[in-house]
Design a protein around this ligand. Sequence first.
Ligand SMILES: [Ca+2]
Ligand SMILES: [Ca+2]
Length: 397
Amino acid sequence: MEKEKMLSLFRNSLPKHTTLVVFLVIAVLISVKLSHTQSNPIINLDNVKSLNDLKAFNDNIVVSPADGAIVHSGEIINLVIQAPPGKSLQKVSTEFLPFLGVQSTTSPFTLSLSIPSDFTGPLTFQIRAEATDGSVGGDVLTLNVEPPMARIIVRSPINGQRFSSGDTVMVVIEPGPSISFTKVLLTCPGALLDAASSPFEIPLSIPNDFTGQVKCLVLAITPSGERIGTEFTFRVEPPSSAVLNDLQVDPKIISLSFPGLDEKITVQGVFSDATLRDLTLSSNTSINSLNDKVAVVENIPQGKYVKAIGPGKTTIRVQNGLLKTYISVAVQIFDLKGDLDGDGDVDQGDLNILLKARNTPATGPGDPRDLNGDGTIDALDTSRLQSLCTRPRCATN
Ligand SMILES: [Ca+2]
Ligand SMILES: [Ca+2]
């Protein structure tokens, strides 16, 4: 404990004149200690005796917790206070807490201090004690308040751990400090398991053809019937012994009518152990659009999606290891040339789409608006479209 800090806190808790005197007593005590090696002509032992009726003490009165102890938000801390030698206490209290303090006037002097559930960080405060002889003393304590302890602990698997298809994952659930469970339920994709006695160990079999990210929910029931839950995730990759022989995608061709639309894709691997495994979400699989102006690959928790960005054509390249395969993507491309809105004719409606994009670069060689294929959407394309109109003067029907 820093003496400076203690003094400054202590000083604030006492009337002004008392503070001064306490200061002098300490100074005298220090000088007495020093007087073994050097004499002090101003303050001597007689001064100490004459000041003795001040009745202040500053012994270490806090038995526990230890200064610097780690506690947790929401916990109730028992502050155990003891009287200094030769004294008995009549009142102890906490001071300078950033939240509601506690005090006691009955022995044994144990204060139950509730740490607010939203408080974290160092907590420095003073314990003030009054002895039956009228003397007062104090002790400064710093506790380190950490976020609350988990009430339900997943010992295994470690979050994000990697396993192989066909493995058995031993799920180990433990109750947190000062809590117990009567039952633990485990819900994973395709599996609902439980354990009714401690240790809560639940073997979870991973199907041989399964790969990807797995999220499991744990529900624990306490003796009072309270249900508390947590979750964990792990990854499943194909077993290293199985060789990937072929890569398949579904669908192989994607046609999206307009920008903003998307379509889900799946990637499957044919392995040497005669097993087909979904590799869509495998960390070894890369899926990339060769033209982001036309379509992009979106990675959302539900899977991989090809999303249309602009009119045109692109290719999605799917790669796992050395194997590659491709998906053809067409956005806003319809059977009839010049039909830009897909209603089966070429008319003013299509011309309007072209005019809106006038003097902008095409998304690429497959842009349906770039009718002359020169890489720019301009007047040359509008006149080309007018020549393609289904009805005279590009009339709408
Ligand atoms: Ca049309
Ligand atoms: Ca053009």
